[in-house]
Design a protein around this ligand. Sequence first.
Ligand SMILES: [Zn+2]
Length: 254
Amino acid sequence: METYYLIFFFILGSAMGSFYHVVATRLSNNESLVKPGSHCHYCNHKLKWYELIPLISYIIQGGKCRKCHKHIPLSYFLIELITGILFAVCYHVFDFSGELLIALVYISGMIIVIISDIEYMIILDEVLIFASVAITIIYIFFFGINTTLSHLFNAVAAFGLMYLIKIIGDFMFQKESLGGGDIKLMFLSGLVIGLPLSVCTIFLATFIAFPIAIYILLSKKDNMIPFGPFLSMASVIILISKINIQDVLDFLVK
Ligand SMILES: [Zn+2]
């Protein structure tokens, strides 16, 4: 049975991943989510249902539009694949529970943040607000008001901490060190994994970002690298690893 559920969550995730790509792209460009329907960005060819099957359509069409044969970016395929894998992993880690629902909503938000921040240097307020509200409701429903309040307290604390880091960073580098989106992102992170693990997220994100930032700076001479995707990736890793702060402290002390 476990295998069937894993497959179910993988398929669900890949379909949602396809949708999140649309959400990230259209909201970043102030476009409607429903109209027009899915189409090829080169020739405007309207996609039929069999051209919209996550992963499979891309493979069958060899990553090309059926009409104009232009290449569809590999990112479409990768986002569907990664979201599918993450949904299946979440089910495996959290089983059927309130935590599973929270993890799925959180990861969905993070996928959209990663896409919009990489492609447009935007972290969408709508996405952060929607995810925060949905997760708060799930907390109230499954864990009661006291637990919810404690999570909200952690969210505000993580937000405040990140704001403080920004003020110090701006002063040290004499320019904008963190975007407003990164600070709001920490609210959501604090809400789900708590303040101590959010601090770990900042360190882990810096650790992941450092070699990549050096590579980008050396190769493209582009000095604007969004930090949001790294924060998102780091917090998702921490969330699904189910690590707790005591483990981290034990590891550091040893
Ligand atoms: Zn086309």
